[in-house]
Design a protein around this ligand. Structure first.
Ligand SMILES: [Zn+2]
Length: 238
């Protein structure tokens, strides 16, 4: 049978049924029973069921019409009720397959959505802790975030007009911070009193007693307490 293939032909489905429930190939003159790789084609709205051999013969190859809309390979295996539809109402079967595909797509979409939601609601690896905020309050106005919470400071207004604050780092170390900071602070005091840490903007103290003794000798006075009492509300406090 020579017949030029219909250019509007579409491969709608590749299906499979149990061998004992095979269906008839609808290629004119064939009438073979087929149960694997049943090709359902749509030609201008007319549905035809073909065996894979007849399909390849008619269209010039197994892949001549590309991928099937439903099923693939040797075909999606039909349930008995679907098989009855294939025999009696192929269009209804295709509707069913269409709905099934949409349902799968929807399920996939929901899965993807659920994954997205889980991703966005996940616990961050580094949980923003409430601690810095509490520490802010517990620094009593000390403007340096590294300052040890609940610690007192010592304030030294110097006779030369500069001023220093002794403040404890949360790591335990004491620092002398120029307050307010002034040009040349890093060289204003002997290194025996403190060694400049440009990053922290103050002097790291190695011998607290010696440093305090030095400062007291040159300060107008020394006041010890919490920042808010000794210096007042800090304008730089965040
Ligand atoms: Zn055939």
């Amino acid at each position: 049978m020579t017949q030029s293939p219909n250019p509007n032909a579409r491969l709608v489905a590749i299906l499979q049924v149990e061998k004992e429930a095979r269906v008839q190939c609808q290629e004119p003159g064939c009438a073979h029973g087929v149960y694997r790789a049943i090709h359902v084609i749509d030609e201008n709205g007319k549905l035809t069921v073909l065996g894979s051999t007849c399909f390849a013969k008619r269209f010039g190859g197994a892949n001549a019409l590309g991928k099937a809309k439903f099923g693939g390979g040797s075909g999606r295996l039909l349930t008995p009720s679907e098989r009855e539809l294939l025999r009696g109402n192929t269009a209804a079967l295709l509707d069913l397959l269409e709905k099934e595909q949409q349902m799968h797509a929807q399920i996939m979409q929901e899965k993807v959505r659920a994954l997205h939601a889980a991703f966005h609601n996940r616990k961050p690896l580094v949980e923003p802790s409430a601690r810095p905020y509490r520490d802010d309050a517990q620094r009593f106005g000390i403007p340096w975030t590294w300052a040890k919470p609940l610690s007192s400071i010592a304030y030294f207004p110097m006779r030369d007009g500069t001023a220093w604050v002794r403040v404890q780092h949360r790591g335990g170390e004491h620092l002398l911070m120029p307050w307010p900071a002034f040009e040349g602070w890093d060289e204003a005091l002997p290194s025996s009193v403190g060694v400049a840490d440009p990053e922290l903007g103050g002097l790291r103290v190695h011998d607290l007693a010696e440093s305090i003794k030095y400062l007291k000798a040159k300060a107008r006075f020394m006041r010890v307490g919490i920042w808010r009492e000794v210096i007042g509300p800090s304008k730089t406090e965040k």
